[in-house]
Design a protein around this ligand. Sequence first.
Ligand code: DSN
Length: 482
Amino acid sequence: MTNPEATNAELASAYRTILSVVERTEPRIAEATRAELADQRSSLKLIASENYASLPVLATMGTWFSDKYAEGTVGHRFYAGCQNVDTVEAVAAEHARELFGAEYAYVQPHSGIDANLVAYWAILAQRIESPALQQLQAKTVNDLTEDDWEQLRRTFGEQKVMGMSLDAGGHLTHGFRHNISGKMFHQRSYGTDPETQLLDYDVLREAAREFKPLILIAGYSAYPRRINFATMREIADEVGATLLVDMAHFAGLVAGKVFTGDEDPVPHAHVVTTTTHKSLRGPRGGMVLATSQYAPSVDRGCPMVLGGPLSHMMAAKAVALAEARTAEFQDYAQRVADNAKALAEGFLRRGATLVTGGTDNHLVLVDVSGYGLTGRQAESALLDAGVVTNRNSVPRDPNGAWYTSGVRLGTPALTSRGFGPDDFDAVAGLIVDVLSNTTPTVTATGAPGKAKYTLGDGVADRVKAASAEMLDAHPLYPGLEL
Ligand code: DSN
């Protein structure tokens, strides 16, 4: 990155001007924008999928590229006048290819779900020749009946996907029943070992041999460990599956060369999808990387699956990817992983239970059942104390996906602010303070409830005061005063 302090100072007056102009049109939006910055500055942001993009990335989103339609792809657009969008898309794709060592990069997806849909359709289009692909386009998804879906599945040849189960840390787009991926495909999920809570590749291999998926999906949003993608590819090859890796959560660790060799998905997977706003610290959006075999089908993502590309977001992706190609970003990525270890050790030292017993990526999953709490109670009590997390299922969670028994924490955002291992150790202490001093409210039957709770007197103030010291020491966007 360029000198962030100097850049922030230059951009500060631009943001002040923009907000004063917005204020004249819709003051509530100017006020909410200022309030959001104040909130983000004054809370411990530990949501594992969130980060703080640089001001140059944020500023690049707000331009007239937003006004341009550009369906199609570089050099082949359905609209005239796309020469500058072509430049933006080509530069972003070039950075992505070079950063990740990918044969092909597609930077149009608007989100991670969109990137996965592009990947699914590309894999189907590449591997299956069927009129069903056209048939689905003739109707809108909302018009499809269960019979239509059944018909489509039959025409697709009963295609199957296999991904990590939601409660083991997988993502809903990997075949979960309430996501389109669980409707489009027959799906089976793989979990983790009941004792170690780690992926067991031998069990996975056996399940894949039996199920024979067309697509084997690797990737997670709440599994605190690294994956061996060489082994995943071996399994995929053995059963004739296409290996799709969704690296949305750990793309920053791949970009920053923390995950290399067998832990780098790009040399091993046929198709890799990601978001750009999590550990990669870019604008909100998605991206697909592919081998040249799959590139022609991925390249048809718009209009096959996607609406018109968001050219202003592709421009911001290009800036973020350029930042991710620097030595500073590699240092950042290493600190994300080191800080996660410090956070995990801080919890273990204070007697907390962590799923898998620790972490070797950017996230930690705390099992809060030992404190007598559900994930929902823990999440709410922590928020009362200015600690922003999200509740998450733990493997074989008795409280299901709504209340859950876990809280997921990630280090990417606070590492962007400059927090180090000692800070994260202290953060673990603050969280344990809140969890140990929260009691579930009992229901009318006398049993502990799942949502309501009481936070002990003075705890929120104590934790907020300690957080404020750390947050002040690591200011967010220093120099930017609105
Ligand atoms: N919503 C993202 C997360 O929090 O992990 C994944 O889609």
